[in-house]
Structures are given as C-alpha cells and as structure tokens.
Design a protein around this ligand. Sequence first.
Ligand code: DOR
Ligand code: ZN
Ligand code: ZN
Length: 382
Amino acid sequence: MEELNINIATAHGPCPVRIAVAGGAVSSISYADGVHVDPHRLLVPSPVDIHVHLRDFEQAHKETVATGSRAALAGGMCAVADMPNTVPPVSDRETFYRRTELFSREAVCDYLVNFCVYDEYSLSQAASVDPFFLKVYLSDTTGSYTLPMELLERVFMLGKPIALHAHFEGMKEAVRLSHKYGTRLHVCHVSTKEEVAFLAEHKTGTITCEATPHHLFLSGDYDVKPPLGTDEDRAALLRALGTTIDIVASDHAPHTEKDKRNGAYGLVGVETLLPVMVTAMLRGELSFEAFYRTVYAGPKALLRAMGYDFGFDVGRRADFAIVETGLRDAVNPARFFSKAKHSPFEGYEVEARVVETWVRGRPFFKDGGITRHAKGEQVARS
Ligand code: DOR
Ligand code: ZN
Ligand code: ZN
C-alpha cells in the first residue's frame, strides 16, 4: 500500500488530502487535517487526452505509439485516445485490429482507439468494430479522409458515438442529426465564438465538445486546423470552459521538421496541456472550477457515459499526475519526449511541470523518466 499526503485539485482549488492506494485502486481519500503537505505539489486526478494523433504505421518517422505514449506519460496523461487519420487509415476491421494490437504491444500509457468513416466501404465496416469513437472529418485535414456530406446521416444511423472534425456548417448539421437519432456526438476543437454560441444554445445530453490549449491561449499564424482564432474567439472559449466546453484535449499532431516547414498542420500538444492549463489556473486566467471540470470531471463524465471504468474515486483505478508548481519555466520543445520537437508554445512561460504520472496505482513516469512499470492497456469498460 502507498500513502500520499498531497493537495488535490478540486472545483474549489487545491485541498490537502491523504490518499491510500492499494491493488491498483484508490482505497481511501480523507481530509489531511494537521498534516504537512507540500504547497508546491498538486495532484491532478485521472488526466486523459482524448484527442491525439500517434501516427506510426507508414508515418513512424513522425511519431510512433511508443514515442507518443511516452510523451503522454511525460505530459501527465494516464490515457490517450488515438485518431485514425493514419497511413493507411484505421477505416476497416483488419486495420482496426492491427492498430489495437500495435497499442497493446507498444503503448506505455492506457489507450482508446478510434475508427475513421470517410466513404461507403469504411461505413460498411464501421458496424462490426467497437472503437471509442467513429471519427468523421467533414473539412480538410491531414490525409484525405473527408466524408461526403451526403453520407453523414447514415453514420448517425449506426448509433455509435461520433467524434467530429468539421467547419461550422458541418457541425450544425451533425448537431441536428445527433438530436434526430439520439446518437452521441463529440465536437472536436471548437475554435470560434460563433461555434461556442451555437453549441451553448443547441447542446443536449448526448453532445459534448472540447477545446485545445492552443485555441484557448494562442493567436497568430501557426499551421494548424482549425486555425488559431482572434482574441475575441479566445475570450469566448475561456468563458465557456466548464459550461459549454466540457473537455480540454491537445490535438497532439506531430510532424517532421521538414513537413512543418512545408506547411503541415498540427503541433506537439500532449506534453504541454497540463503545464499550460495549471499555469492558467494559478494565474487566475481560468477558475479552479473551469480547470477541474475540463481536465477532470468532463472527460470522466464522458468516459463513464460511454461505459468505461475511468475517474478518480474510492474503489476505482488510481490514475493521477503530480504537478510541481511555484516555479518559472519556459516551454522548450527540445525537451519533448515526442519524436517531433515543434510547438507554438515554444518559449511560453509556465509555472508548472509534471513530475509523476501514476496509472492503475503505479508510477509510470517519475524522476524525469518512464519507469519499468509502464505498460499500457486499453481502458476497460465497467
Ligand atoms: O492541425 C491538425 N492536424 N488538424 C487536423 O485536423 C489533423 C491534424 C493532423 O493529423 O495532422
Ligand atoms: Zn481535427
Ligand atoms: Zn486532430
């Protein structure tokens, strides 16, 4: 059994607790009365990045499941959900099982695998796989996997949860279809004030959405889809965090330096999500509650609603990151565990860094390195 006396992130701010971990699970949590806790260490429960592109297959030069999952642990993430716009895409049964098998062999953090629907054939295959989400691209992305609009309704008719990458018009149509069929819809990387306003009005219990740290905190030119917005867009996203916006996810999308120079979309995000979000909370750029809801409660509620055993509670899997605070540091891509070393956050000042990541009751990342315990599993259904 392990015992930790530590501040835990709650909706009202850091709270000192005594946590006991045994047999991979949280065995008790109690208020740590009169016990000294380090004011510069914060436990973040069950961090999960539900939007990462770990590449591999024919793009192993950009990232592999091994390097990307190590980056996830170094970023404090206990689990990740992998996007299927790979080469070849995860859009048929055989490739889906090949992808799952690759993760079971190579991943050092826990994982969920998505499936891409972009044509008649992948639509026909989707009925017989059990992915986290069916991913639908309605607008331009890395790879040419855009679904023709006329097939969208048939994807919703399958009744399987859908994650969506779309322009505003496509998103509106997907929301309409989610209402019509009751199909779960997760809207990826909301980035404009118009999208936020629309979702605030039309979101129902089966619809969730996410925002990325880069859309929340950065503006200007960087090759990423959707593009970085205006200061007004950012303000609208920040205001909606924890209410309309359920989840913060990184959209970790590594590329080679050469591909970036040639305009490839995407950034290395899984290692900066927590330091950037914790920093914003400490600086008061977002409330404790917004942090708690979008980094912990939102992802947990989504995974539980989808039938997964996830979230930090007594009797459940002990997943957490420990973040050191009270420091001044700047994001330095040269230090990334990811194979790719590019980030629009380069030089961004942070006041937090991940020092430990525990998965199912064991430290998988500690003292600056991946530990011998680190072995990923698919997040189980409860
Ligand atoms: O910037 C992006 N990169 N947006 C996407 O939609 C895809 C991603 C990638 O896979 O490179
Ligand atoms: Zn996308
Ligand atoms: Zn993406």
